[in-house]
Design a protein around this ligand. Sequence first.
Ligand code: IMP
Ligand code: MG
Length: 424
Amino acid sequence: MTTRYRVEYALKAHRRDALIEFIKGLLAVPFVLHSQPTTVAGDASFRVMAVEAGRRYREIMKDVEELINDHITYQRAGTPERSKLRFLVPSVGTFFTPLLLEKAFVAQDARRSISNRRFVAPSFNDIRLILNTAQIMSLTTLDGPLKLVTFDGDVTLYDDGQCLVPTNPVIPRILQLMQRGLYIGIVTAAGYTDSVKYMERLHGLLDAIKFSKDLTEGQKSNLIILGGESSYLYKSCPTSPTLLVAEPRENWELDEMRTWSETDIQRLLDIAETALRESISTMKLEAIVLRKERAVGIIPAIPDVKFEREQLEEAVLAAQKTLELSDIGRRLPFCAFNGGNDVFVDIGDKRLGVRCCQRFFGNISGSQTLHIGDQFLSAGHNDFKARMAGTTVWVASPAETVSSLDELWDLLEHGMPKGYDHDE
Ligand code: IMP
Ligand code: MG
């Protein structure tokens, strides 16, 4: 049993989110004790069961909320390692705000019928969405005020490898936030040294900003693109031919990034390239290596090639481990990730990318920043590091991004609705 546990842990830890798994384990107990896996038509005990399970689930979410508050107290004292939550979930990181988990559970239970389910226990996705709602509720009603919203590109704003077209429903929602005076960053791994490429991919949004009658001229330049994780910054500029202008590095680069030498950058990319080439040959992938100024990746050799998830993850983990064991990989931040049908190693990461946005817009704090992305697993996912720079929402598709923005807008406009717990 122990050996099996260790093997499972060693092989799968990077594919799990420890806090979500912890909460899932806690909610499994009332599910097992209270759910009625029978199907007798008209059985009134179902209602009793749903009320009882719901009550217990809510109590547990309130308890986790308190654990997080306790962790925040230790964080503020500079001793997060002493919190009970750190003891229970050792990999837990920084919380920039408390999380209104009980209220968020009530909201998501109403949408997803969690307490009414008799055969399907509270799942990873139920908990991911409860955490998202709790984060949005806290940012709009407790902490904040929210000043900056950053978005990942692929799978968050548009489908993998696609462009942000004019009909994308996320566009009016982003414009609404800008009209309210919020700053917007698109923090994407896609790294191009030419603004034309970003215009091609984001033209729907950039055009909508240009032609908007509701945004002031000042608000129209409150959107930036941070490309290549943290390597290139372009600002929205409706009068420029590409609707974007490159910003001089001194306006946004962080002090820690100024110390990187070009020799180090190229040496890190050399090591990454060697590891990626090895993966191509050992797994006989129909792939080619793409080397850029600040990134190296493997992409399909011909358009229709589709790699297996396992192959992509193997290539990511091999490159990441090789770099972690090198001197240069310990000095220079990098990000190795699975891009859906490609693998990239980028110089920098989204922690730096989000921080550059915060700096550019006037030193916005982590508790006033929300990053929305789809890649939050600890290895092979590139939004994960953004958690170190601000609050986050973890989506599974562009449609979920739209729902989260609607939830955010509703709370910004109307505050917390009545009836979210018994105290109200
Ligand atoms: P994101 O989801 O917006 O972070 O974009 C990730 C995708 O951008 C990757 O899957 C690649 O297909 C693409 N991409 C293009 N250029 C680069 C690069 O220089 N580094 C990493 N990804 C890149
Ligand atoms: Mg993405």
